[in-house]
Design a protein around this ligand. Sequence first.
Ligand code: NFE
Ligand code: MG
Length: 496
Amino acid sequence: METIRKTIVIDPLTRIEGHLKIEADVENKKVVDARVEGTLYRGFEQILVGRNPVDAIQITQRFCGVCPTPHAIASTQALENAFGIMPPNNGRIIRNIMQAANYVQSHVLHFYHLSSLDYFRGPDVPPFVPRYESDYRVPKSVHEALIQHYIQAYQMRLKAHELSAIWSGKMPHVASIVPGGVSVVPRIDNITTSLWRLKELTEFINNVYLPDVITLGEVYRDYFSIGVGPKNYLSFGLFDLDAEPDVTKRKRFFPMGRITNGKLESVDPQAIVEDVRSSWYSSSSHLHPSKGETVPKLEKKGAYSWLKSPRYDGKVYEVGPLARVAMMMQNGAHPAGKELVEKTLRGLQLESSALSSVMGRHLARAIECKLVADSLGEMIMQVKLEEPVCVPHTIPEKGQGMGLWCAARGALGHWVEIQNGKIARYQAVVPTTWNASPRDDRGLAGPIEQALIGTTVEDTENPFPLARIVRSFDPCIACAVHILEPGKAVKKFRIL
Ligand code: NFE
Ligand code: MG
């Protein structure tokens, strides 16, 4: 039989954050190779050099409007690490509240407004038309409800933003996170106005979001075996439960850890490097982020992305809700959460291995959203009105710091070096850099590239399975790259 070869190009992929191009080489309807290309350069890491270290908390939040909160927290923790301070209980807890609200907002955003229209038609009015055609299979009986939920989800995201803003002053981009804690003085109405919003959010997650994900899981069962990732998972964990200065020993609601070849392991931050062989940077490759460099070079031969390739001990790791849920299935931190995952999979007559898939990622995100919302009430009630929220800080002449946290999309690290009281080096390694990374120095494909390879594409003119796979990772390229050449020929775009 004659082999039919074709390269599918999707550029830009819509309904994600930022600018992403997908290239998939297809042979006889099967993806045999794939390249995930971040096509946006931003340069935040250089903007930070020479600034007052405390500016990092505000500037790094401008990486992204979806996940400013984790950048504020990771940068503050990097500074606190360099300053030798830790926040008091109230500071720690109030940051957790803001982060939990941001998780809920982000997960609801991802499922309804970024992903769900991959699976059912929106109403026949703009902005839902024109639309690309797909194998929409949702039965009539639930279709109308899904559209209603899509609209309701906007209200829910507003509620989650408000819940954060009660503590963070505003959203997006929190105003009250400072080195040593937070600057908000809690009052009783912060607590009460948070609780009623949380009640509405919890009801939505339990009665609408999670059931909708399960419904789509039933209808699109085949997507529990499509988009299989590297099956190695990394999480830095989050929601600090104590003030242990060593972040690798700190107690967290979602503990730090890795799963490699099915085995639960600890995290040694020294084992992280970023390769740039396939990235448009002339700086040295394979550097630890504390020594990382970001020197752009668009003409670099063999490069195809602005994203670097973070690797742990030379291996490829998927990060995100699926990584945290995969960890939860082994680390004993949340028996009820584990039971819910098992029960849901049993209901769908699936094995736990089905989690590494498009639908597995959506399910993990929804179950994590429920776990976070269910714990948020307790976090709010832990705030002590009469206790301090912050400790003072002094900026040292020289120092180094690391903040490891988890954004909604996965493991997030910030590294800062201070010289003469100013930032001398700043490196951020963000979730989408892990997931959407290009080939590393050894040629290993990144997690999304791996998930694309092997996929069957029946119609190369309408490769919707590829779009569904990429979106299940919830990529955010604005975060991950942190050039436009005016006057050059306009590209031919294919929008999916
Ligand atoms: Ni812009 Fe982000 C999250 C971070 S993604 S959304 O969550 O950090 O890489
Ligand atoms: Mg970076």
